[in-house]
Design a protein around this ligand. Structure first.
Ligand code: AMP
Ligand code: MG
Length: 349
């Protein structure tokens, strides 16, 4: 579908691709939408060879469907087979790609001081987020949570010998919900680049990654306002390989007795993160950006700079639950606010 026929690629979460004003050299934006990773996915390629781009996009779409199955925490696939083996206290042979992800997630978890911790799958499941539908009813009891976090599993409890994996912690279950989309974004751009599509945008439910440019200019990405449904808080302009990944406590939550419980869980206390509305990270590596955005939400409005530094992230936009904004100079270089925030604090890392 060309840009002429469709105004712009727009999704409900995190961020979206904005229309281009005053475009230069005419290029077609070949794009396709599909449903994967529990969300709407869109792949766009700016090209003057639309047929070639379409073939590459079809490949990426097939990859997403396969990855979604392989990396799902609870539906049948490679990761759930590993989780079953871990629950049975068995060693398990994983494929090379899953093995790479486990190793990288270990390193990212360590760097984040455990704020990003995909080993807490059991806890996330107990909160009810292992379901396609948002959970309902009362949250887990304090006693249950206390049991689950008494000695919380960490990624370092996972032993990886070659491609053979086992756990030293009986409660360890892997949930890549905070990371797999980033990996998929990186692989999608690799795939598109290999096919000669050097100017592309991939949007996985509001997590985007771009390469190259849009008609000789940066790609324009709208960052969703976490507190105003349907509104954009800022526009980010990026070019060359860059991921724009957002984690938000407003995205998915459980509602009970007038309270909202977000899907991002603080591994330290077993409770949903409640002190950050959203964190947006720009980074060339989408997997790292994804893990970092989740970690910064958990770290909270005071501690996040330390975690960002440790994870090698310099461009951050963090929005607090009352609308106060914190951002780094590296983010400010790319960003323009479209709705004036309650307050803006520049944070040097
Ligand atoms: P994201 O939108 O990238 O922040 O990912 C949120 C998802 O990551 C949740 O739905 C869970 O599946 C998973 N998750 C929740 N809390 C954590 C955490 N502290 N560390 C790693 N993954 C988490
Ligand atoms: Mg994440």
């Amino acid at each position: 579908m060309s840009l002429d026929r469709r105004a712009f690629l727009k999704l409900g979460l995190g961020a979206c691709l904005l229309p281009l004003v005053g475009a230069g050299r005419a290029q077609t934006l070949v794009s396709e939408q599909l449903y994967a990773f529990g969300t709407l996915v869109e792949v766009g390629v700016a090209t003057d060879r639309p047929a070639l781009a379409q073939l590459a996009i079809d490949r990426v779409a097939r990859d997403f469907v396969a990855q979604n199955r392989q990396w799902h925490a609870w539906k049948p696939g490679a990761l759930s087979a590993l989780n079953q083996a871990l629950a049975d206290n068995r060693a398990h042979q994983v494929d090379a790609q899953l093995c790479r992800m486990l190793r990288e997630a270990q390193a990212l978890s360590r760097a984040s001081a455990g704020m990003f911790n995909p080993a807490i799958g059991r806890l996330i499941g107990r909160w009810g987020f292992h379901d396609d539908l948002p959970p309902t009813g009362a949250p887990p009891s304090a006693r249950e949570l206390a049991e689950l976090i008494a000695v919380p599993p960490t990624m370092d409890d996972l032993v990886i010998e070659g491609e053979r994996v086992y756990s030293r912690h009986p409660q360890l279950q892997i949930d890549f919900g905070g990371y797999a989309k980033g990996v998929a974004l990186d692989l999608a751009l690799d795939r598109l680049t290999a096919a000669g599509c050097n100017h592309a945008v991939v949007n996985l439910g509001g997590n985007l990654a771009v390469s190259g440019q849009r008609e000789g200019r940066p790609w324009r990405i709208g960052v969703r306002h976490p507190l105003r449904r349907g509104a954009i808080i800022a526009v980010v302009e990026v070019e060359g390989r860059t991921a724009v990944v957002t984690s938000g406590t407003y995205e998915r939550y459980r509602e009970h007795a007038g309270r909202r419980y977000a899907h991002i869980i603080d591994p330290r206390n077993g409770q949903p993160a409640a002190h950050v509305a959203s964190a947006t990270v720009l980074h060339p590596n989408a997997a790292l950006a994804d893990a970092a955005a989740t970690a910064l939400v958990v770290a909270g409005p005071q501690a996040w700079p330390e975690v960002a530094r440790a994870m090698g992230v310099t461009a951050v936009l963090l929005i607090e639950p009352e609308g106060q904004v914190q951002l780094t100079p590296a983010m400010a270089e790319h960003l323009r606010f479209v709705s004036p925030p309650a307050s803006v604090r520049m944070v040097r890392l």
